[in-house]
Design a protein around this ligand. Structure first.
Ligand code: DQA
Length: 141
């Protein structure tokens, strides 16, 4: 099973963003853990991050033919990007939405997720462990 793990805008700055919300790991460290967890579960994991919404949408479109499942943390796009939502809507694949922080308990604008209803599972507020939970869920599908 090949799983695309797609991290969105500003997540390349992990380690320098507010550690109270996002923890201390850098993106390469986080991706290293995700790959290890995936490997232990027998999954092939492809990790990518971009700050360009168009690129993010193209990777989701690519997943249509190249992946068996996707884990998305669309970061700020979560809250308003109908382009990301429309791309995800194309996928007849399991989608898991992950957020490092608990977006349900932060500013009002973060409480909205325009992709939530497309996700089979949403994990938030569990830090890097959220990605592990997402991988474990997908390994059982
Ligand atoms: C985030 C939460 C978003 O509100 C924020 O814009 C991010 C990261 C998270 O992982 O907690 O950049 O998706």
């Amino acid at each position: 099973m090949r799983v695309y793990v797609l991290n969105g805008v500003n997540l390349n700055m992990l380690g320098r963003r507010d550690p109270e919300h996002y923890g201390a790991l850098t993106l390469p460290e986080l991706e290293g853990k995700i790959r290890e967890w995936g490997e232990a579960l027998g999954l092939e994991v492809v990790c990518r991050q971009t700050n360009a919404e168009s690129e993010y949408v193209e990777w989701i479109q690519e997943a249509l033919d190249s992946a068996d499942a996707v884990i998305v943390n669309p970061a700020a796009w979560t809250h308003y990007s109908y382009a990301v939502r429309d791309a995800l809507e194309l996928l007849p694949l399991p989608i898991v939405e992950v957020h490092l922080s608990n977006i349900g308990a932060r500013e009002e604008f973060r409480r909205v997720s325009v992709v939530r209803d497309l996700a089979a599972l949403t994990v938030m507020g569990k830090g890097p462990e959220g990605y592990r939970e997402a991988l474990e869920y997908l390994s059982k599908q």
